[in-house]
Design a protein. Sequence first.
Length: 287
Amino acid sequence: MKPAAFTYHRPVDIAGALDLLARHAAEDGRVIAGGQSLVPIMAFRLARPAHLIDINQVAGLDHFGVVGDALCIGALVRHAAFAQAPCPAPLSGLLARVTHAIAHAPIRVRGTFCGSLAHADPASEWCLLAATLDATMIIARRDGERAVPAGAFFQGVMSTALAPDELLREVRLPLLADDARTGFAEFSRRAGDFAMAASLVVLRVTRGVISEARIGVGGAEAFARRLGAAEASLIGQAPGAAVFDRAAAIAAAGIDPLEDDQTDAACRRELVAAMVGRALMQTMANG
């Protein structure tokens, strides 16, 4: 199939892009950067924007680097750039690991980090990472900007806090402590397919016990999020298989699982338990 007819716009500055969004929001005006999520659903006419606003020529949206205590990611930064992210370890290593799990090489070269977050597919690896690390979204509109934490940004299946006339201009990922231990695991039926369940974890261990814990789960619910009860079960515990298995079980019990014709709630919970457990065990290897 082919997309429905639309008007194409190509602004060269942020003010022009935001003005176009404001003027055409009522007609389902959409931003396009990489297009790896939007174009396929347009081809099937699941989306019929009357206006496409291509931001690839907008100056300044390709910035990518550390500012203060955060990695700042502009709206035009592609997935592939994270294979060698300009930030210190352990965040750089985690980003490289996650990058290689995203779809296939052609998509990683073209798709954008901010575009993935704005699309908010439940199975998005970047949405999982943003939720787990408590990223901050910098959202721009014609009359100003606002900062939204990841916990308030993701609201449902492909649903976010973005208004129709707003652009996700930048995402800020907090840098990880030098002693942070990380893990990432996901399950899909084939390499490159959408994850049926995924987990990303960050731990800090002080004097032999876990002092800080982040456990994020994606692909299994309407949107990626941290699981506080599973995190709390780790604090004060010595890292090890039994402690990790308990946290994984708490994580699986705490989700509101997505269900479809091939995957019921019980299966999704089992996958979550397995992915959380694997991600946690990875922290033993890189700690």
